[in-house]
Design a protein around this ligand. Structure first.
Ligand code: FES
Length: 157
C-alpha cells in the first residue's frame, strides 16, 4: 500500500484516487536528515504518534465537502482537511508547545498562545514558527487511512 503526504483527490462520485501529482512524485518518505529534524522539533508529537497500523478515518465519501473535519482533533491528534478536492491529514498539534488547534472562521488557531495557521495548516503568525505537520494518507476499499508514523513538514508537502 502506498502512502502519500496528504494528497488525494475526491471525484464527483466520491471515489478517491491518489492525485496524479502525488503519484508521480517521490515524496512518500522523508530523508534521514528530515526525519531527524522533525523528531527534534516535534518530540512531543512523536510521543503520541500511533505506532499501530494505519488509522482508519472512515469512508472517503465522508470527507467530500471542502472543509476542516475536526472530529479527530483531540483524541486522534489530527485533522482531515478537504481543500480543492484534495484530502489532507494534518496534525492538530501546535508545533509551539503542543496544544490542540481549533478552527476559528477560516483559520486554525491555537488557544494556548495564539499561533494561527491557514485552513491547510500553513503558519500565519507565531509564536509557532513551523506549519502543522501532515501525515501520510492512502485509500483502500473506499476507506481513508492515515499513517501517523510518517509525518511531513511543510517543505515536504
Ligand atoms: Fe500553540 Fe503555544 S502551544 S501557540
Amino acid at each position: 500500500m502506498a502512502y502519500h503526504p496528504g494528497m488525494a483527490t475526491v471525484s464527483r462520485r466520491d471515489v478517491l484516487a491518489v492525485s496524479a501529482a502525488c503519484a508521480a512524485c517521490a515524496c512518500c518518505g522523508l530523508s534521514a536528515e528530515a526525519e531527524d529534524v522533525a523528531a527534534d522539533q516535534f518530540a512531543a508529537e512523536q510521543l503520541i504518534a500511533d505506532t499501530k497500523p494505519p488509522f482508519d478515518a472512515g469512508a472517503i465519501a465522508d470527507f467530500s465537502q471542502a472543509k476542516v473535519y475536526e472530529q479527530f482533533a483531540r483524541k486522534g491528534k489530527l485533522l482531515i482537511i478537504n481543500k480543492d478536492q484534495r484530502v489532507f491529514a494534518s496534525s492538530s498539534i501546535c508545533p509551539h508547545k503542543s496544544c490542540v488547534v481549533k478552527l476559528r472562521g477560516d483559520k486554525l488557531v491555537c488557544p494556548c498562545h495564539g499561533s494561527a495557521f491557514d485552513d491547510v495548516g500553513t503558519v500565519l503568525s507565531g509564536p509557532a514558527k513551523e506549519s502543522l505537520l501532515r501525515f501520510a494518507v492512502s485509500v483502500k476499499d473506499g476507506r481513508l487511512n492515515v499513517d501517523r508514523t510518517k509525518s511531513f513538514a511543510e517543505r515536504d508537502w
